[in-house]
Design a protein around this ligand. Structure first.
Ligand SMILES: Cc1cc2nc3c(=O)[nH]c(=O)nc-3n(C[C@H](O)[C@H](O)[C@H](O)COP(=O)(O)OP(=O)(O)OC[C@H]3O[C@@H](n4cnc5c(N)ncnc54)[C@H](O)[C@@H]3O)c2cc1C
Length: 366
């Protein structure tokens, strides 16, 4: 399918399956299942191998276009595509044959419980899951992951657990695994439609068939750039939506908003630059080597997103201060984006360490 046809198809699905439900997703915590399934049925999660890097670029665009309309749904897609990447790049042929096709065509959905390992590798936290070998190539898992999104009955997700010998293993397991207890978490400022659960592992039998990698330390280096690259379009789409709001409300009170410090053209200029760098990285053959650039870009996108969400609110005035207004939702979405691992403080730490490392001062353990 041509690039233009693919974009038109996405545009139509957003219009028909997402836009009418945004209010319920945000205000009532409705999970956007119909939209997520429709994308899979249309083949929009699938990799198009016709040009190198094209599949990553198309997925970045899918997340960006969705985030322009609804960050919750775009975040669910991010979770799903992270999971698709984990399985697609693993050596586990069984998962590739039995689970990956369902993830790609929309029958199954995927999540990623990697916040805790990401924080562990940055020296911010300990690992929450323990793995005990079962003597048959598998493990028994014990512990709790406090928040994992995009979960449900037809869903799988990735998790990292550590053995008593300090080996770290990555698993990809179904939500129906015996001994896994999920409790839905709602009551957040936003993103309540993201199907987020606390996951308690009570002696979960994770057989060899669910092992993505026996060496999580190396595996994480392979996937971390793409994990974070796919987060950047969440912010790009959100900024674009804020700019649109500002332009639409520019004439209020005789155009008085022109005196505000942040104007749509300032945001647009910054957005164009961030977007260009993001799409260049997406088609880059050396994406996994671009770790520091991906981190920098993600941090700059967070700052622009927070600035844009505030500017849109100020442009709209009291109409924006209504509970269900677009600017109010985007402000809540922007704060989620700043707290999503790697959170803004986590990113500031990594950027500082990496710039010190460039000067030869510090070695970070990842
Ligand atoms: C809606 C939503 C969806 C998420 N989805 C995922 C996901 O799919 N996968 C994933 O791995 N992570 C997910 N997360 C986690 C997220 O990515 C970040 O890790 C998290 O928001 C970062 O929080 P933090 O920096 O405060 O660190 P945290 O490690 O969460 O918290 C730091 C400290 O605060 C304490 N703390 C945390 N919450 C509370 C509380 N409610 N009350 C009191 N103390 C508390 C903790 O014990 C810890 O000591 C999700 C978070 C949210 C809000």
């Amino acid at each position: 399918m041509s690039n233009t046809a693919r974009q038109q198809q996405l545009h139509d699905i957003i219009k028909e399956k997402l836009r009418p439900h945004v209010r319920q997703i945000d205000a009532e915590g409705q999970y956007p299942l119909g939209y997520l399934q429709a994308l899979g049925e249309a083949g929009l999660y699938d990799a198009d191998g016709s040009e190198p890097g094209r599949s990553i670029r198309d997925r970045v665009r899918l997340i960006e276009m969705t985030a322009q309309t609804c960050l919750t749904s775009a975040f669910n897609i991010w979770c799903h595509l992270a999971a698709v990447t984990y399985v697609g790049t693993s050596d586990n042929e069984r998962l590739k044959q039995e689970v990956l096709p369902g993830l790609l065509d929309g029958r199954l959905r995927g999540g990623t419980g990697l916040s805790n390992p990401m924080k562990y590798y940055a020296g911010l936290d300990q690992l929450y899951l323990k793995a005990e070998p079962d003597g048959e190539g598998g493990y028994r898992l014990q512990g709790t992951l406090p928040m994992v999104s995009n979960l449900g009955e037809d869903h799988w997700f990735a998790a990292v657990a550590e053995t008593a010998d300090h080996e770290r293993i990555v698993f990809f397991l179904p939500c129906t695994a015996q001994g896994l207890h999920r409790t839905e978490r709602v009551g957040y400022l936003g993103l309540n439609g993201s199907a987020t659960y606390a996951c308690v592992f009570n002696q979960v039998e994770a057989g060899e068939q669910w092992v993505l990698s026996q060496d999580a330390d190396s595996w994480i280096r392979q996937v971390r750039s793409i994990f974070i690259l796919y987060q950047i379009p969440l912010g790009l789409g959100l900024v674009n939506a804020c700019i649109e709001t500002m332009r639409k409300s520019a004439a209020i009170q005789g155009g008085c908003s022109q005196y505000l410090a942040v104007q749509p053209e300032h945001l647009e200029e910054a957005l164009i630059q961030l977007r260009e760098r993001t799409y260049m990285l997406a088609v880059s053959p050396s994406l996994s080597a671009s770790w520091s650039e991906v981190l920098k870009l993600r941090l700059q996108t967070v700052h622009l997103t927070l600035q844009a969400a505030q500017a849109a609110m100020l442009f709209q005035g009291s109409a924006g201060y209504q509970q269900n207004s677009g600017p109010a939702r985007r402000l809540r979405e922007a704060y989620f984006y700043a707290n999503l691992t790697p959170s803004v403080r986590h990113l500031e730490k990594l950027n500082r360490l990496l710039s010190n490392q460039d000067q030869g001062n510090v070695t970070i353990g990842q």
